[in-house]
Design a binder for this molecule. Structure first.
Ligand code: ZN
Length: 147
């Protein structure tokens, strides 16, 4: 897989220095998601205060794309409202479905635009989306619990 060199570096940096890795002891929801086609696994803990994401922590194993993507996600969503996170997620989904035709909105997606090249490799898109799917699942569970 060939990605832009600068983007490759962003991905490797998150892979080697993962953000918010190490599960928090307290959480509103915990989910475990796997991507069997690649062998990626992620456990993700989420805490909300109202509709604001106050804590996301995770642990996982797998390829650099899957692990970097969840690290990037945590940096993006902590401190934001679920409404804002939804906008970011939608934008990331569009990017992943773009087959390389769009570069991604860097103001919204920040480091996640580094994953743009992944959209040209259908087998790897699931790797990039694993953490995002886990977050979505956890946010639904955490909201259900808060009601
Ligand atoms: Zn993978």
């Amino acid at each position: 897989m060939q990605l832009d060199n600068l983007y490759q570096e962003v991905i490797l940096d998150h892979y080697k220095n993962p953000q918010h890795k190490g599960l928090a002891a307290h959480f509103d929801a915990q989910v475990h998601h796997i991507n069997p086609s690649c062998g990626d696994e992620i456990t993700l803990n989420l805490t909300l205060a109202g509709d604001v994401v106050t804590s996301v922590s995770w642990d996982g194993v797998g390829c650099s794309i899957s692990q970097a993507s969840v690290s990037i996600l945590t940096d993006l969503v902590i401190g934001k409202s679920l409404e804002d996170v939804e906008k970011i997620s939608q934008s990331f989904m569009e990017l992943m479905q773009s087959k390389g035709s769009i570069a991604g909105d860097e103001t919204l997606l920040e480091d996640a635009v580094a994953l743009a090249g992944v959209s040209q490799y259908p087998a790897r898109i699931k790797c990039a989306l694993l953490g995002w799917m886990a977050f979505k699942d956890a946010s639904v569970q955490a909201q259900a619990k808060g009601k």
